[in-house]
Design a protein around this ligand. Structure first.
Ligand code: CS2
Ligand code: MG
Length: 402
């Protein structure tokens, strides 16, 4: 079997998605997601100009060899653009292997470890009252786990709190919007949200929260402590993880479980956090962490240290990523949870898929491969649009983390 054609399809049915399609001489093809939010076209160039030409004529069944070729052969290892491009191709190759075998991807990985994959939804409101109402809606939909984010008095607009509730997180067209941020105001407000949520709904559901890299280590330690009475499933991205010693600090002060890693792209980003047992959940994805082939290594290393997976699943990754992630989650022994931000109807139409939601769980489906395809005609109706998530400035104008 030989690869005879590779192409990339960029479509924007709400958000921009970069999709890899690999075709073989036997008519079987595979689909991969290579979306890197806000830097989509850099990945397109990496794929078209540098990786696709090397794939023509190769046997698509040699996934490991092709992965090593793309990673070691480039000399320039790691990095979000490189690893998203490798990830997109790798997912497409696993899709092909599944289709040849006539087996769903989780069977190739080692078979099912669970029936369904517990997911968390996103509830957000302009204030505590509205957020409580939004959490109630997710509970009614059957969710067992809900991430709660609320607007903060005195901060006019916060990333993570949008007008669109069920199809959260539209990116703004044009250049990034600028928000104003105050950690002090946020720190005073957030424990009150969780106090209200536990008061109203009790302790039956898992509650999660994302600090989106906006705290210093000492602030993170304080927030973790303040949230302890509300027994969060996790507190996410309290500080940026470039300096991993920060987590030693935070860890010594709080028993609130910590999650990090949605911007990680390699096992080397994880090694210290795992081996020193500084986190509880790893948030990387099969797309940004170099595909199934590399993410599997990350999960195996995590397992040695009792770290569980909590794959990133935002609406800026396509249903192809979700499909592949669900097969991975169905197999991986040290599974924790899967993020599930619902895609818009247009996005779901462009990417017909076999997975389904029921009572707080997503089910991967039994179609061969990862079970997600792309309707190219429909995709062509939604051309790329420059769009970004916002940036943050402190109240005095200093550019800050968003
Ligand atoms: C968020 C993401 O899903 C999450 O936890 O942090 O929405 C993230 O901001 C975006 O995926 C960035 O592209
Ligand atoms: Mg996050």
């Amino acid at each position: 079997m030989k690869i005879i054609n590779c192409k990339v399809i960029v479509t924007c049915p709400g958000r921009n998605f970069v999709t890899v399609k690999i075709e073989t001489d036997e008519g079987v093809y595979g689909i991969g997601d290579a979306t890197l939010n806000g830097r989509e076209l850099a990945v397109v160039s990496y794929l078209e100009d540098h990786l696709f030409p090397c794939l023509i004529g190769r046997d698509p069944q040699q996934i490991e060899d092709i992965w090593q070729y793309m990673y070691r052969g480039a000399y320039w290892r790691r990095g979000p653009v490189t690893m998203a491009a490798i990830g997109g191709i790798d997912i497409a190759l696993w899709d092909i292997k599944g289709k040849i075998a006539g087996l769903p991807l989780y069977e190739l990985l080692g078979g099912r470890s669970r029936d369904g994959v517990m997911v968390y939804g996103h509830a957000n409101g302009v204030d505590i009252e509205e957020t409580v109402d939004e959490v109630a809606k997710y509970i009614d939909l059957g969710y067992k786990a809900i991430r709660a984010q609320s607007g903060v008095p005195g901060i006019p607009s916060i990333y993570g709190v949008t007008e669109d509730k069920m199809f959260y997180e539209p990116a703004d067209e044009g250049l990034p919007a600028e928000n104003v941020w105050s950690t002090e105001k946020y720190m005073n407000h957030t424990p009150k949200l969780f106090e209200k949520l536990r008061e109203k709904f009790g302790f039956e559901h898992h509650l999660l929260h994302d600090a989106h890299h906006r705290l210093t280590p000492i602030q993170a330690a304080r927030l973790g402590k303040d949230l302890e009475p509300y027994r969060l499933f996790w507190l996410e991205d309290v500080v940026p993880a470039e300096n991993q010693e920060n987590f030693r600090w935070i860890r010594q002060h709080t028993t609130t479980p910590l999650a990090v890693g949605e911007v990680f792209n390699s096992i080397h980003d994880c090694q210290q956090l795992f081996s020193e047992q500084l986190i509880d959940y790893i948030r990387a994805t099969v797309v940004h962490a170099g595909g199934i082939t590399h993410f599997r290594r990350i999960a195996n290393l995590a397992d040695l240290y009792n770290v569980r997976t909590g794959c990133h699943g935002p609406t800026d990754l396509s249903p192809v990523c979700m499909g592949a992630a669900l097969h991975f989650d169905t197999w991986v022994p040290n599974f924790g949870i899967q993020e599930y931000m619902r895609h818009t109807e247009q996005t779901d139409e462009v990417f017909p898929h076999d997975y389904s939601f029921k009572d707080g769980y997503l089910y991967a489906g039994s179609a061969p491969g990862h079970g997600v395809d792309i309707d190219e005609k429909l995709a062509a109706r939604y051309p790329y649009k420059r769009a970004y998530l916002p940036v943050n400035r402190l109240e005095d104008g200093t550019l800050y983390n968003w």
